[in-house]
Write a protein that binds this ligand. Sequence first.
Ligand code: ATP
Ligand code: MG
Ligand code: FE
Length: 333
Amino acid sequence: KLILAIETSCDETSAAVIENGQTILSNIVASQIKSHQRFGGVVPEIASRHHVEQITLIIEEALEKAEVSYEDLDAVAVTEGPGLVGALLIGVNAAKAIAFAHDLPLIAVNHIKGHIFANQLVTPLEFPLLSLVVSGGHTELIYMRAEDSYEIIGETRDDAAGEAYDKIGRVLGVPYPGGKHIDRMAHEGKDTYDFPRAMIQDDNFDFSFSGLKSSFINTVHNAKQKNEEINENDLAASFQAAVIDVLVDKTIRAAKEKNVRQLILAGGVAANKGLRTALEKAVSEELADVELLVPPLELCGDNAAMIGAAAYVQLKSNNYADFSLNGRPGLSV
Ligand code: ATP
Ligand code: MG
Ligand code: FE
């Protein structure tokens, strides 16, 4: 079965053709980062305008690269949320138009489920599983008993992990989004600053990163005021160590408690080298019977292939949307 998938939830315009939820025939991603960088973050109006300009071209390119035409498709899938409402609507309306014109079923996909199913494009998912979703807007531990069952067993009480990375990136003056730059700097530095590991001892699976972020900002400001030297690489390394400690600790504990077969890393922050390495080490030492899935780098950030993978579950159960489909900015799994 062939699905044309569309993703426009934030600042990537993407279209993909996916076979049986598992094989990527094409996955075109047009990033708008350069247009948002000078504002230090995503500007919703600019994002929508770029999506409008790009969407038709990107869809055509995805079909061409996959060497398929609309007649070959079995369904069209699109991210309905969460995300920026104006950005979501561009994808939703494009998908509706295609579904209507070519008489195809329409599948509405949750972006976060997409991040999880990015892993299915490499290795078949096996249940029960636990997924650590770490992205620009989310930090969640999601337990899945089966393919279509989602339970959030822990989440951030304030900032998402990616959001914290981007905010401290701004303090260090690296380009938006700061995550990958901080990651690179962290590998040049040492964990010498003493930053808090919030909630690490707490008897729950929730996270908090705003205290760490404040502590980081205070350290930089105080040093500047006293004219003390700061080592930016060491700061990055210390920040990253604190983030990874809490993420890994709580994830391993949750995976043990839930007795899962697979542990999945998902979302933009899954590209973090330090996190990937630390999680691999912890799983091999503490969860001998658990299979760890980490998405390839190109499938960590936003892309339509992951939406096509998640959509296949809905295709199999005829879980379709109708033409009243709308963007749902605050949608949860
Ligand atoms: P959401 O998926 O929650 O709706 P989003 O789609 O904007 O939000 P993603 O595209 O999934 O978020 O991820 C982007 C985030 O990933 C940014 O915050 C970015 O800084 C972060 N990120 C990317 N690479 C790295 C890295 N190597 N280390 C840490 N963070 C990273
Ligand atoms: Mg993005
Ligand atoms: Fe995302």
